[in-house]
Design a protein around this ligand. Structure first.
Ligand code: DI6
Ligand code: FE
Length: 405
């Protein structure tokens, strides 16, 4: 297939869109076979066209790589609107968690749900993201907190991929919170995560990466090191929720162990940014959670830029701290709250988001050999994606060379 008369944002150049004004892309076997200016389409592709290959005219529209939401908890049951009301009356997120609400409330609802319930409740959220150009999503477990329910969540994530025609990366987040039956026995729970839950989910082929939460309301750096060592034994990449509500040193530890990404980072001191740079760890910023928790402490964006740490952004879609199903709005928030440029925000949901998942050789830019995951937009200006609030210019999406409804 040849897609032509398009403005391409290839995202292959650092800090810029890598624009090709009158561009064309040829696709073969689900991958990008050639990309460049229309006048330079090679002979062999023109021959394929003459032999009946499909041609698609974009009418000058913008094409970007498919968007990647690299940090979500989209599979869960119920919602926490009542908790939102409490927080608006001045009760803090941490106080609600300590009183047995918060993540624990979603754990009860998720345990009570069947796998089919989880799929049915999560599908509308997933479709909403896809309608705005998301072609790859990372989905974490972490609301099951026992072997059976963590596997149920990851199985639902797998089923959603099939159902919706989207790429899904599954992340095991058994060390998200201490489940009620292990209250006061954190150490025993971490042993269960390492010795039973993670190996079982891995054996079921449901784990692409391992995540954890270092925080006062969750786990200590030492406990999470144990989880990461168990992940390493299985050859699995690691990532971490770190420095979201306080500075505990999780990001530094994770980078030291070669983490793919460290996520949130509002409380990361600028002097620890060099550790991320040295390890090639991606900084994943989550403006939806920053906004919804009314956080005021900003992540060290300037230091991340100075140290050339790749910045990704994601919705963090979850019922407690970021009930957000718009990656375009998230890009807008990254610009307004965190001072990213629109070009940085697009890179943060394409190539850098791919890096955060370890998939930078497969997706995230319009380059020969990568999967043909792309979005056609009803605009010719890539800055429009981060600029508009609530207007969705997505015209059509393609995943692996196939148009999606
Ligand atoms: N940080 C978050 O923002 C989500 N998990 C985490 O560790 C929130 C999870 C929730 O409140 O349900
Ligand atoms: Fe999260």
């Amino acid at each position: 297939m040849l897609i032509k008369d398009a403005c391409l944002a290839t995202m292959t150049e650092d800090g810029r869109y890598g624009l090709i004004a009158d561009g064309a892309i040829s696709i073969r076997d689900g991958r990008i076979q050639w990309v460049g200016a229309r006048q330079t389409v090679p002979e062999y592709i023109m021959d394929d066209l003459a032999d009946g290959a499909e041609a698609h005219d974009c009418g000058g529209r913008l094409i970007t790589p498919g968007l990647i939401d690299c940090h979500t908890h989209i599979v869960y049951a119920g919602n926490r609107a009542a908790e939102f009301e409490k927080r608006l009356q001045g009760v803090s997120y941490q106080a609600i968690a300590k009183a047995g609400g918060g993540i624990a409330a979603t754990v009860s609802a998720t345990r009570a749900a069947t796998k089919d319930d989880l799929i049915a409740q999560s599908l509308p959220r997933l479709r909403r993201l896809m309608a705005e150009g998301v072609t790859t999503i990372e989905i974490k477990s972490g609301y099951g907190l026992d072997t059976e329910n963590e596997i149920k969540m990851l199985g639902a994530a797998d089923a959603l991929a099939e159902r919706a025609g989207i790429r899904v990366q599954k992340t095991f987040l058994g060390a998200h919170a201490v489940p009620p039956e292990y209250a006061g026995r954190q150490h025993d729970y971490i042993n269960l995560v390492c010795q039973e839950m993670l190996p079982a989910a891995y054996a079921a082929r449901l784990v692409d990466a391992v995540d954890a939460f270092v925080e006062g309301i969750a786990f200590s750096v030492e406990q999470v090191e144990q989880v990461f060592d168990a992940a390493k034994k299985l050859g699995l990449p690691i990532k971490l929720h770190a420095e979201q509500l306080s500075h505990l040193g999780g990001a530094k530890m994770a980078a030291g162990k070669g983490a793919l990404s460290v996520d949130h980072l509002e409380y990361l001191p600028p002097e620890e940014v060099a550790d991320l740079a040295k390890a090639g760890t991606v900084a994943v910023l989550l403006p939806g959670a920053f906004y919804f928790l009314k956080e005021t402490k900003l992540p060290p964006v300037h230091a991340l830029r100075e140290n050339l740490v790749p910045i990704a952004i994601a919705t963090d879609c979850n019922p407690g701290s970021s009930p957000v199903t718009s990656l375009l709005l998230t890009m807008n928030m990254a610009c307004t709250f965190f001072s990213l440029t629109p070009a940085e925000s697009l890179r943060a949901v394409t190539l850098n988001a791919a890096k955060a998942l370890g998939l930078q050789d497969e997706i995230g830019s319009l380059e020969v050999g990568k999967h043909a995951d792309l979005v056609i937009w009803d605009t010719n200006n890539p800055a429009d994606l981060a600029y508009n609030i609530g207007l969705n210019p997505c015209h059509r999406i393609m995943v692996g060379g196939k148009w999606q409804a």
